[in-house]
Design a protein around this ligand. Structure first.
Ligand SMILES: [Zn+2]
Length: 465
């Protein structure tokens, strides 16, 4: 049967399209204008703070910003006093759906928990992250072994729809790696324990064509960014921390396929050789980079590759070494000892740095502690702030809309007490958070829920084992 429009149907279609058109308008005149005031303002890119900062917000956008802007008479004024306004922070390396803070318990819990359990546990983690001032995260890995549920993709969408309170997420789902490599969750266990060998659908791939298929599978399932492990890692049981795990041909296929599909590539990499090969292949960011030599950092500088240092990860592991198996302790110490010199060299050479923490290795919501580690290793405080705002936005590919306080940008605005350029730990005391014009927090944080039953049981078993 042929479908034919009659004139009445056409009128209704016209009305429907008109409504769509109206709802797509950037500003609604009825939206309350909000004026945020504070003693200082960091705009996300300048190297000096502005005194007497004012940000005017309407709907989800910044409509004016500066120190000498006129506050409209009908605006609701929120005076944050002796504080510093800043763009919402960005963490380019989180795992909001995971919790590795108790390593031994986690190994067991990973075998016990369904993807749904992980999804529910991620709700307070997402809230803690955004309430700490991190309005955007790049979440680079969320696998649930032997399950093809995409908890991070679903969480991203639930946050975007307002069902769950959390940061804007750019997600990587499984992450791609080699058989027996850092992302092979069956490594370190008896062969065959989990059934057939993991494959592209688990992110495990060997050879350029298989890597392309794994990239396509990730994109098919809704990722925003491709993550891969090109060298060994600290928290994997059967590999060395700095050996290469993909060949140059595999890395070339990884980058080519991802970029053809307009996805950026973030690679987990501690080792120098793997790093050099990955940078030459054209990856967009190196995560960790612990053992990188100055020549490799110079190559990064020349190619414009970002470094996401994740200093917090090794810091946390070193603080509770006894909680990890001996093989992992040795890898953790080696990475910790190497990364400080690497980071100082990266600063000296001028490598682009994107703030990133590896949250999940330490408790979600403590992301801002990374700032002090960066500053303690010689990074000027204002550059540390830039790494978490304009640099993060450049890496993620959202600099048109986010990362600075500028007219027309989305209103992600936070405030911290005092002056973070004289005391960087002010970043750990964020007390006001606005995301896309909506106030998420203006005062104390929401208390975290008690540990869930699943977490408690696993922890007890882990202590006994
Ligand atoms: Zn990580």
């Amino acid at each position: 049967m042929r479908f034919r429009f009659n004139s009445r149907a056409l009128v209704w279609i016209f009305v429907f399209l008109s409504v769509l058109e109206l709802s797509a308008l950037p500003l609604n005149a009825n939206d309350q204008v909000i004026a945020l005031k504070a003693a200082r303002m960091f705009d996300g890119k300048s190297r000096a703070l502005v005194q007497n900062g004012i940000v005017i917000v309407q709907g989800d956008k910044i409509i004016d910003v500066g120190s000498n802007v006129t506050i409209p008479a009908d605006a609701k004024v929120i005076d944050l006093g002796d504080a510093t306004l800043s763009p919402g922070f960005m963490d380019a390396h989180t795992h909001i759906t995971l919790d590795y803070t108790d390593y031994k318990a986690t190994r067991l819990r990973e075998l016990q928990s369904s993807a749904s359990t992980k999804a529910y546990n991620a709700i307070p983690a997402a809230r803690a992250t955004v309430e700490a001032g991190f309005t955007t995260v790049r979440d680079v890995g969320a696998r649930t072994y032997r399950s093809h549920d995409y908890v991070d993709v679903s969480l991203r969408d639930a946050i975007a729809k307002g069902i769950v309170v959390g940061p804007r997420m750019f997600v990587a789902a499984n992450g791609i790696g080699a058989t027996g490599g850092h992302f092979d969750d069956s490594a370190g266990y008896r062969d065959g324990l989990f059934g057939p060998e993991p494959d592209f659908a688990d992110g495990i791939a060997d050879g350029p064509d298989a890597i392309r298929k794994a990239v396509r599978f990730e994109v098919k399932n809704g990722v925003d960014v491709i993550k891969a492990a090109v060298s060994g890692g600290v928290l994997s049981l059967s590999d060395e921390v700095d050996t290469p795990q993909l060949t140059p041909a595999e890395m070339a296929a990884l980058v080519d396929e991802s970029h053809r599909l307009r996805k950026k590539v973030a690679v987990h990499c501690h080792g120098d050789q793997a790093g050099r090969e990955a940078i030459e292949a054209g990856v967009d960011s190196i995560e960790h980079g612990s053992f990188f030599k100055p020549e490799t950092l110079t190559l990064m500088k020349n190619k414009g590759t970002f470094l996401t240092p994740t200093l917090m990860a090794a810091e946390y592991i070193k603080g509770k070494l006894d909680a990890y198996p001996p093989a992992l302790q040795a890898k953790g110490i080696a990475a910790y000892n190497a990364r400080s010199e690497m980071f100082r060299n990266a600063l000296k050479i001028g490598v682009k740095i994107s703030f990133g923490t590896d949250a999940a290795v330490f408790p979600h919501g403590e992301n801002a502690k990374e700032f002090k580690l960066m500053v303690d290793l010689g990074m000027p405080p204002v550059d540390a702030l830039r790494s978490a705002t304009s640099s993060g936005a450049e890496l993620i590919g959202v600099a048109q809309k986010l990362g600075t306080l500028e007219k027309g940008k989305l209103a992600d605005v936070i405030a911290m007490p005092g002056d973070p350029t004289t005391d960087i730990t002010a970043t750990e005391r964020v007390r006001f958070v606005m995301k896309e014009g909506k106030i998420i927090r203006n005062g104390p944080v929401t208390p975290p829920p008690p540990r869930t039953a699943a977490q408690t049981v696993s922890t007890d078993l882990g202590a006994d084992f």
